[in-house]
Design a protein around this ligand. Structure first.
Ligand SMILES: Cc1ncc(C[n+]2csc(CCOP(=O)(O)OP(=O)(O)O)c2C)c(N)n1
Length: 271
C-alpha cells in the first residue's frame, strides 16, 4: 500500500497534505524510525517523542529560511526524514552515512551542529541577533528538552533573550525525562502541582456544582479542568518564563498535532 511518506521529500511537499492527514504521517515516520534504528542503532526514545513536534514545525514554518535549532540533536530523526533524507536515513550513524545529529554541512535544513546538550537557545539567540543586524526577516525556533534546560548555557541564552527582547521562539519539550529520570530543583519546579487540602476541596465542590447543571454540566467540568491546568502551568513553569521576559503559552499536549499547529501558528504571528 502506498504511504503518505512516499509523497514527501521536503517540507514543501509536507505543506501540501491536509492537516487531518498529519497524525497518520507521524505514525508512518515512527514506523520508519523504528525500522531503521533497529538495524543501525541510535537514539530511539527521544526521536520517537519528537515526531509530532517535528511535523508541526515543518508544517507551520518556512524551513530552511526559518531556522530550527534542535538541542542535543538526538531527537531530530523525524526532522531528517522530512528534510530530504528519508533514503539516507538507512545509513544513519554508519561509516559514510548521515550523522545521528543535525549537521549544517549535511543539509541546509540543519541550522546548527549539535551533539552537546543545552546549546539551542544560545545558538538561536546568535542567529536572531545576526538576523536583526542584517535587517532580515525570518523566524528562529529553539527546541530544548527539560533535561537540557538545567544547564548553565541554557540559562545564559534565556537571560540574553529576556535582556535583548528579540523575537525568538523557544519550545520546551518537557517529557519529564533526561537520559534517565530527572532529578533536581528545576524538574521539581516544572512538574509542581498545586495540591493541598483546600485546593482539593475547592475543586471537588466546583465539580459537584458544575455537574449538577443539566445537559452542559459535564462539558463545564472539562472546561474548568483545562482552565485549571492552564492556570496551574502559569503559576508554576509559566511563571518562570514570564519572569524572564517570555510570553508563555502552554503547556500543551506535544503529541496533539492539531494543537501544536495552532499554538506554533500563534507563536509565529503574535497578536
Ligand atoms: C554538555 C552535555 N552534557 C551531557 C550530555 C549528555 N546528554 C545527552 S542527552 C541529555 C539530556 C536529554 O534530556 P532532554 O534534554 O530532556 O531531552 P530528551 O531526550 O528527554 O528529549 C544529556 C544530558 C550532552 N549531550 N552534552
Amino acid at each position: 500500500m502506498s504511504k503518505l511518506l512516499d509523497t514527501i521529500n521536503n517540507p514543501d511537499d509536507l505543506k501540501k497534505l491536509p492537516a487531518e492527514k498529519l497524525p497518520a504521517l507521524a505514525h508512518e515516520i515512527r514506523e520508519e524510525i523504528v525500522n531503521g534504528i533497529s538495524k543501525t542503532g541510535g537514539h530511539l526514545a527521544s526521536s520517537l517523542g519528537a515526531v509530532d513536534i517535528a511535523v508541526a514545525i515543518h508544517y507551520v514554518f518556512n524551513t530552511p529560511d526559518d531556522k530550527v535549532v534542535w538541542d542535543v540533536g538526538h531527537q531530530a530523526y523525524a526532522h531528517k526524514i522530512l528534510t530530504e533524507r528519508r533514503e539516507a536515513f538507512k545509513t544513519i550513524r554508519q561509516l559514510g552515512g548521515i550523522s545521528g545529529f543535525p549537521k549544517p554541512s549535511e543539509s541546509i535544513y540543519d541550522a546548527f551542529g549539535v551533539g552537546h546538550s543545552s546549546t539551542s537557545i544560545s545558538a538561536a539567540m546568535g542567529m536572531v541577533v545576526a538576523r536583526d543586524l542584517n535587517h532580515e526577516n525570518y523566524n528562529v525556533i529553539a527546541i530544548i528538552g527539560d533535561g537540557s534546560l538545567t544547564a548553565g548555557l541554557a540559562f545564559e541564552g534565556l537571560n540574553q533573550a529576556g535582556h535583548l527582547k528579540k523575537d525568538i521562539i523557544v519550545v520546551l519539550n518537557d517529557n519529564e525525562m533526561s537520559i534517565s529520570q530527572n532529578v533536581g530543583a528545576l524538574s521539581s519546579f516544572l512538574s509542581r502541582k498545586i495540591t493541598g487540602r483546600l485546593a482539593t476541596r475547592l475543586k471537588k465542590e466546583a465539580e459537584g456544582f458544575f455537574i449538577s447543571i443539566p445537559r452542559i454540566g459535564s462539558r463545564l467540568v472539562s472546561f474548568a479542568k483545562r482552565a485549571e491546568d492552564s492556570l496551574i502551568a502559569l503559576l508554576t513553569s509559566g511563571m518562570l518564563f514570564e519572569g524572564l521576559g517570555f510570553h508563555y503559552i502552554g503547556p500543551i499536549d506535544g503529541h496533539d498535532i492539531e494543537e501544536l499547529i495552532s499554538t506554533l501558528s500563534d507563536a509565529k504571528d503574535p497578536d
